[in-house]
Design a binder for this molecule. Sequence first.
Ligand SMILES: *Cc1c(COP(=O)(O)O)cnc(C)c1O
Length: 455
Amino acid sequence: MTAGKRNTAQLQALDAAHHLHPFTDHRDLGGRGTRIIERASGVYLWDSEGNKLLDGMAGLWCVNIGYGRRELADAAHRQMLELPYYNSFFQCTHPPAVELASAIAEQAPAHMNRVFFTGSGSEANDTVLRMVRRYWDLQGQPQRKTVISRINGYHGSTVAGASLGGMSAMHEQGDLPIPGIVHIPQPYWYGEGGDMDEGEFGLWAARQLEQKILELGVDRVAAFIAEPIQGAGGVIVPPATYWPEIQRIVDQYGILLVVDEVICGFGRTGEWFGSQYYGIRPDLMPIAKGMTSGYLPMGGVIVGDRVASCLIDQGGEFFHGYTYSGHPVAAAVGLENLRILREEGIVDYAREQAAPYLQQKIAALAEHPLVGQVRGVGMLGALELVRDKRTRERFPGKGAAGTLCRDLCIRNGLVMRAVGDTLIMSPPLVIQPQEIDELFDKAWRTLNMAAEELR
Ligand SMILES: *Cc1c(COP(=O)(O)O)cnc(C)c1O
């Protein structure tokens, strides 16, 4: 290690020599070199070349309160001096984990009163799989092992997370999914709705769950897992008919409902949890991302009374946990993040001011000749690029138009992400109206430039 500041080229050379990146094609990255983000404040990032970027993705859907909040740094500093580490195994605990669990339970739906801490969203979903199976074992129904999930869902990148997820490209690498996980179609009306109207298609997609339960046999099905709104799959907002029908089905057959709140939790939809936005009643909610606004890694599973009372009352040790479950420094930061969300009324601000304005601006983009559909809920938005609005014909090159737009976006000082030919956004909840204006000015400029190049 050397002291002193390295320049961009030096950092890129070292990065290429020593750093294997997640979700990156290194050969494709090749000579171009990585973009080096050096600092951030509010909703803005600065790279090592001094370029200022508006972060339309809140990092990776996580920096809900925005960058640069000193209170979180102070909370971490204080906790590191007081107690930098201790575990919560073997009948121990520590104040930050206790306080955070109770603060989360206060915010969660009334029937969800306990939290199992993890280090990430993927670990949370690994915990879900083990906890769901443990629950049915304790219920005397060990044959109930199968979890039903959805094609193009995202539940993380560990073996269980990637298996629960429905990303075919991930499944192809490493013989996934593992046994006992099956997938049903996603509620993606614009892409897959055919001739059905939206409401009809929502019911059809939900009833795929019922059909799968009957096909497998009810007594073999443990749970259904889904994101309230698919994030990494392309901000896919289900038709209004979808969730009520899913709730009817899980209630009728008595299977557990797992609602993956890793993105939707902590205000993203304008409610504290996506389950509250849709009025659904989960048994388990995996959380991460907005839990600490990304300032430190942390995740967890919020556990409803049905599962918690079984795990507790039936006794016996659940042989599961992580060295860093409830890590005191992460918990102290999570607690401070929650305090800020509450005391500054940030979820209310998102619901009442930022989201209506953001959604109005997204809706206006539907006028652009490249945009086939716009969709969004709360502080999530998506624009789907098509060559022909009427027939929904796509551009050739499977995602090339999306990639082109994403790269143009950066040139215009805006970070949006591309999922195939869908551009998605998920800005910090604290984004101000004039910053939303700036975001959409840059998005329009990007689309106009892309239209020129694609013609
Ligand atoms: C990001 C994400 C995960 C995985 O979280 P990590 O912290 O990256 O492991 C799981 N579920 C959903 C819905 C996510 O968006």
